[in-house]
Design a protein around this ligand. Sequence first.
Ligand SMILES: NC(=O)c1ccc[n+]([C@@H]2O[C@H](COP(=O)([O-])OP(=O)(O)OC[C@H]3O[C@@H](n4cnc5c(N)ncnc54)[C@H](O)[C@@H]3O)[C@@H](O)[C@H]2O)c1
Ligand SMILES: [Zn+2]
Length: 360
Amino acid sequence: MRTIQIEASSNHYPVRVGAGLRHQLGQWINKGDYSRVLLVADEAVVAYYSNDCMKALENIVPVHLYAVPSGEASKSFSEYEKILQKALAVGLDRKSCMIALGGGMIGDLAGFAAASYMRGVGFIQIPTTLLAHDSSVGGKVAINLEHEKNMVGAFYQPDGVYYDIETLQTLPEHEWRSGFAEVIKHGIIGDSSLYHDLRNAFPSLDAVRSDADLALTIERAIRVKAHVVAQDETETGVRAYLNFGHTLAHALESMTNFEMSHGDAVSIGMRFALRMSRKLTGTQVQEKDWREWFDGLGFPRLSPHLDVCDMLKKMKKDKKSTSGQINMVLLEEIGRVCLRSVDDEMIIEELKAFQREEQA
Ligand SMILES: NC(=O)c1ccc[n+]([C@@H]2O[C@H](COP(=O)([O-])OP(=O)(O)OC[C@H]3O[C@@H](n4cnc5c(N)ncnc54)[C@H](O)[C@@H]3O)[C@@H](O)[C@H]2O)c1
Ligand SMILES: [Zn+2]
């Protein structure tokens, strides 16, 4: 088992990564820590893993289960309200805890419920997707408003994250790919040796799925995020670097009604950010290199059918845009990024050329 200590200013907590951790929760959650637990689980993982979690806690604290329908649509006010109602019905009090069992959707939803129920109760994450190596660390929790992502939320650090990598065995292939985009991102923005190791070891998704050192790979990616969060918990500065590739990615997710997975969108967004970086920072990294690698991993290319002006409009709506000016995270060199404001005209021109070249 590997442990990464997160040193956010509002809370310090361990992220543990290893095989079978769901059976060992009783080692870290002690009698008296919490009066009662509500296990908020993604419906898709309930049958696989919720019994194991409940069994591990049965002699320690009363545990209740609440299952949430799978999918981004559940990050809604109605699901949020149902969790709070369930918490009230089973008698959660201020000393209680909500445990999120699932991917980033459940982590964000249950985390926001935990942050607001009785002005905040205990919160623990048991991530079950590769993408959740990112979402479960750092304390951003939120639900969506209408079609706008993460519009209502909080910064609310968990008391602990127990990442049982055995749960990834049931994850569909496209979800592995989605999560791996964020692993790559962490290498690009903050750890050049991680980046080069990924580049060498994982030419295909099969290689990722059969990684004999998966816990180590995940640990290294989490360390990049942990380092950023420790410097800037509430995103007033360097935390924006985590958004590498995300300005275009959020636009693509929204334009495809979230049919495109987050990681697929981020993979395209990172390649576009590299294109902009080559113009603006003069980075030496080759676009062709990433395109070949990402093709091998099965990431999609930018569709010729999406309108470039719509993309720009959506990019301007990004929470990181200020007064209508698009701010993009750009690559200086592997392991180092910067934030730059970029003109609309340049974005349009480059998006058009990028889209054209995607078909070549
Ligand atoms: N808070 C943050 O800092 C942060 C960062 C990145 C992303 N996010 C959020 O995370 C969400 C995306 O996370 P995600 O990609 O984990 O999505 P997700 O939680 O929706 O999970 C993806 C799919 O995998 C299924 N699933 C989950 N675990 C499984 C398992 N072990 N076996 C089989 N199926 C399983 C789910 O039912 C779902 O269909 C988005 O809502 C995004 O906004 C938050
Ligand atoms: Zn992301």
